[in-house]
Design a binder for this molecule. Structure first.
Ligand code: ZN
Length: 494
């Protein structure tokens, strides 16, 4: 076990955790948002982030400090915490971004990691190579070798109590991501940023993003804290947390504010097009959009950045609350309705239900069935697996309605989309206490049919009859041939 990260509870692959940052003397509650601070351009003063926004951790760029004489002198003299006036944990990036942008930088991993320790960073980063999405396998492999070398170089530096990031690269090649993650996990470093996600985020390629995260997670142990580098838009945080990410960095709050853009959990709006703010943060409560448009550029940018931070931190609190209650996927389903790309991302996550189910909790608040995607949730799959362990009689009726008065079956089980069959005694256990709509859908019926199939597979001797209420043809077709069906109108209900 990595003793600096403790998972307290799970929901799908999302988790509530405690990240202990020994050098800062703080424990950060995850999932957590790290505002990005540009040491040259502080849109919102870091000193306010803790009290006013609840930030426990932030991230800044050590390469900018290293290459700016004045900042460098002050950082070496006072330390980063005093320079930024922030008592929480400070993560520093290394210049990898500049390397990707400009092709070369003037510092080695050993130099920059040593420098990060000197200026008092709490989590340092080596100079990895962020290979962009869609790069060739050849380029990706070559650059991975450089990243692996950087991890090894960082391991040779005396880092004391400072934690060290081990970035995971691999472009959009899932097998290379997984391989990079395995190397990172074995490096002896502490925190695992998944790199080069920004181009995917900018293009709403959430399905590819999920594939990237899921592949990295396969290579990382459950005890590895994962940072999705460059991700901080509130609309996608719930999805990324459900895929297993713990740390996020938001530069979006400041960058978007500079362009007059207003963040919401359902996407980005232009300030110019908003008539009334759909938010109750301090900025939106005290100002109208017209007020903000009337302010000078600097003031408008700062107020917009403050709103952007408030809405992002609020979403992070909502996510933590949802995990606590076992309702994270319901939050993801709501967010997925905000953008077709997010819906693709969520559907892609559910393609990996087997991976999600490994950490799915056995209990939670009532399961709410709120979309066709609900039928594919890990709790449904978990029920299907348990069905294979239940003892069945010779002749079994699985019925959507109450037990018929007269019948010749040995037992009558409930049949409930999307879960499928279960003995009536289990009806009051999670997730079978689910709230489902009166008007069910084909996805739920198909999932229930898959449950019947799992039961039939495990009990080849049992003769199973399904009593259904007008199931759609695809659901009936998903039942094994040997299962008999009765339309409920044909049974004796008196
Ligand atoms: Zn607001």
């Amino acid at each position: 076990m990595r003793d600096q990260f403790e998972v307290r509870s799970w929901d799908a692959a999302g988790r509530l955790g405690d990240l202990t940052v020994p050098r800062a003397g703080v424990t950060v509650r995850t999932p957590a948002l790290m505002p990005v601070i540009n040491p040259n351009l502080q849109t919102v003063a870091p000193g306010r982030l803790d009290d006013e926004f609840g930030a426990e951790i932030l991230i800044t760029n050590s390469y900018i400090v290293y290459t700016t004489d004045d900042l460098r002198e002050r950082a070496e003299e006072q330390g980063l915490h005093e320079l930024l006036d922030f008592d929480g944990a400070i993560v520093t990036d290394s210049g990898s971004f500049q390397l990707a942008e400009y092709g070369e930088i003037d510092v080695t991993t050993e130099e920059i990691v040593r420098f990060q320790r000197e200026i008092g960073s709490d989590v340092a980063t080596p100079v990895d190579v962020p290979t962009p999405p869609d790069a060739s396998r050849e380029q990706t492999r070559e650059e991975l070798a450089t990243t692996e070398q950087a991890l090894a170089d960082a391991a040779r530096v005396d880092t004391g109590e400072m934690l060290v990031n081990a970035p995971v690269q691999g472009s959009t090649h899932p097998d290379l991501r997984e391989q990079s993650a395995r190397t990172a996990a074995a490096s002896g470093h502490d925190v695992f940023p998944i790199g080069a996600a920004v181009p995917l985020l900018n293009d709403y390629r959430y399905a590819d993003l999920v594939e990237m995260v899921v592949a990295a997670k396969r290579g990382l142990g459950a005890d590895c804290p994962v940072h999705l580098f460059g991700a901080g838009h509130p609309m996608m945080l719930a999805l990324a947390v459900a895929a297993g990410c713990d740390l996020f960095d938001s530069a979006a709050y400041a960058l978007y504010a500079r362009d007059g853009r207003y963040l919401t959990v359902a996407g980005t709006r232009a300030l110019d097009e908003i008539e009334a703010f759909p938010c109750s943060c301090a900025v939106c409560a005290d100002h109208t959009p017209a007020d903000l448009r009337g302010r000078d550029d600097e003031r408008r940018e700062r107020l917009l950045a403050e709103h952007n931070l408030h809405v992002t931190f609020a979403e992070m609190r909502r996510i933590r609350d949802a995990i606590r209650r076992g309702r994270l996927l319901e939050l993801v389903e709501r967010r997925a309705r905000g953008h077709p790309g997010l819906l693709d991302g969520y559907r892609t996550l559910l393609d990996h239900v087997e991976q999600l189910e490994r950490t799915e909790p056995a209990a939670g608040d009532s399961f709410f069935y709120v979309s066709a995607e609900s039928a594919r949730r890990p709790a449904v799959r978990r029920h299907h697996e348990r069905l294979q362990e239940l003892a069945t009689p010779d002749r079994l009726l699985c019925s959507e309605y109450d037990e018929p008065t007269h019948h010749s079956y040995d037992a009558v089980w409930r049949l409930r989309p999307p879960f499928g069959p279960f003995p009536r005694a289990l009806a009051s256990t999670y997730p079978l206490t689910a709230t489902v709509p009166e008007q069910t859908d084909t996805a739920a019926e198909r999932a229930a049919a898959a449950g019947v199939a799992a039961l039939a597979d495990a009990n080849p001797e049992t003769q199973i009859t399904v009593g259904h209420d007008d199931w759609a043809a695809p659901a009936l077709a998903a039942l094994p041939d040997r299962v008999e069906t009765e339309h409920l109108g044909d049974l004796d209900w008196e």
